[in-house]
Ligand binder design. Sequence first.
Ligand SMILES: [Zn+2]
Length: 179
Amino acid sequence: MLAKTHIMSTMLTGGIVSFAVPTESLNYFLAVLFIGSIFPDIDENGSYIGRRMIFVSLVLSLFIKHRGITHTILILLVYALIGIALHAHYMYGWISWTTAGFILGNAIHIIGDMMTRSGVAILYPFYTGSLHLMPRPLRLRTGRIIEKAIVLPLFSLLMGLTYYYLLLEKSQGLLHQAN
Ligand SMILES: [Zn+2]
């Protein structure tokens, strides 16, 4: 799956979830959502995020395989535990929203990869087989015409609509507060 598709599918889903996020935490939530949408591929130095953080990704690729630990339920639980620990210590509301946004971004990325032919071993290290979300004929192949000509334009359109209404809703909320 292309980095663009990961970013768009995550920002679209996250945009819908954002209606429930308090306005003061929204910028943190959306920023980490974006990072989370490409973060799992940090284990591959040729990926979008890997090329931008080449040192980290080169070091990581020595120790872990691509679509390995960063694409598992286990790592999402670790992120959740770190978020809970930070929140328990500092008690800032934005910490929970930042953690939630980062986990959501990573989770949607993993779900996206599970729709591709190679699938993801999300239960690693407990079960090392690759799991898929869709039957074989429907699985996506990265960068193919369906992804570029249908999936991406559709996501762009839906994203435009979602963020338009989000902005409208949040600005009305702020106006309401100001009055
Ligand atoms: Zn991935």
